[in-house]
Design a binder for this molecule. Structure first.
Ligand code: DAH
Length: 346
């Protein structure tokens, strides 16, 4: 009998000791001390023994039961402690470790320059206006004094949409320039006005390093009383100086655009050589910058503005070209190709 108990004792203690986790400890407890556990079974046998046997055997089994319980309690404590430690180890954070850099996007170079342009003009009292990219022939051409068979329509190869705006406004087109918003803005806000209209324009061009079917322009329009082209010269000099952060000169050459009279091509002093002459400005010291002029009376009329009372000037320059110049990008297609290796450089 006593060897049985000794055997059981070492088996039980061994099993408790070897329990790797709380779950298996419970199982061990059940197999020895549970309803049909091996020690419980022995205790059941005590009833049928003689008083003498009860004394020694019963005592031995009870001692074993007690001893096993104690051993289970202390093993349980150990396992619980181990569980907490493992969890802590898992949850450990090294507060001194260097942070992981968050990959965040950034503004496209074109949008960066647009923001700068807007901010400079805003400081000079201009509002920023938006207009539709899908235009009617009326606003894109007629209202700008470009008659249906005027050769100027060929200057800007147009994408037509297979749908009419309405009878009066003709077919729908992808706007070939931002100028249609001159008339839209006059009709909406009336005179006086001081606005710039940045936006995307579309032309059916043969593509090369300096021509894309989609590019961005900025239109400018100032309408007020007693306005002359001298005001435009001042504003543009101020704008270019703000953008390039140095003194800039501008010069006028005659140019032809049906919606202005007189029409002017405005050149700026070469930003790369400050007018001394370099390969970019082809040794001239000047870079062509934009078309402009005094708003044609027909355009004022189309915008509901009385040309006897108000005059003004307008301009349009290529924001895409300006961005290329600003960042030294030599191929227009880089700007729209969506290759992040290019965008990430700016
Ligand atoms: N819309 C013209 C173009 O895309 C540029 C232009 C020329 C705009 C003269 C103007 C202007 O406002 O007065 O080529």
């Amino acid at each position: 009998m006593s060897t049985d108990i000794n055997q059981l004792r070492s088996e039980a203690l061994e099993a408790v000791n070897a329990s790797p986790d709380l779950e298996s400890l419970k199982e061990t407890e059940r197999s020895f001390l549970g309803k049909n556990g091996r020690i419980t079974d022995l205790l059941k046998k005590v009833k049928g023994l003689t008083l003498e046997e009860k004394k020694s055997f019963g005592k031995a089994v009870n001692t074993l039961k007690h001893e096993l319980k104690q051993s289970i309690i202390s093993k349980k404590k150990n396992l619980e402690q181990l569980q907490v430690e493992t969890q802590l180890e898992k949850d450990w954070i090294d507060l001194s470790a260097p942070g992981k850099r968050r990959q965040s996007g950034h503004i496209h170079p074109l949008a960066q320059v647009q923001k700068e342009v807007e901010s400079i003009f805003q400081q000079m009292g201009f509002s920023i206006i938006d207009g539709p990219e899908i235009e009617s022939e009326f606003y894109n051409f007629e209202a700008l004094n470009i008659a249906p068979h005027h050769p100027a329509r060929d200057m800007q190869d147009t994408f037509f949409i297979d749908k009419a705006a309405d009878e009066k406004e003709g077919r729908l087109v992808l706007r070939t320039h931002t100028s249609p918003n001159q008339v839209r803005t006059m009709l909406k806000w009336g005179a006086p006005l001081r606005v710039i209209i940045p936006g995307r324009v579309f032309r059916n061009e043969a593509l090369d390093a300096s021509h894309e079917h989609t590019f961005d322009q900025v239109e400018g329009l100032l309408i007020d009383k007693n306005i002359s082209i001298a005001h435009m010269k001042g504003i543009m000099q101020e704008f270019l100086a703000g953008l390039f952060r140095k003194e800039m000169k501008v010069r006028f050459r005659p140019g032809y655009f049906p919606f202005v009279e007189p029409g002017i091509e405005l050149d700026m002093s070469c930003v790369f050589c400050d007018g001394k002459g370099c390969s970019t400005c082809k040794k001239s010291g000047w870079i062509e910058f934009m078309g402009s002029g005094m708003v044609h009376p027909n355009v004022l009329k189309a915008g509901g503005v009385n040309p006897e009372e108000y005059q003004g000037w307008a301009f349009g320059f290529g924001l895409t070209r300006l961005t290329m110049m600003r960042y030294g990008i030599n191929d227009i297609r880089h700007l729209t190709c969506g290759d992040l290796r290019i965008n990430k450089q700016f």
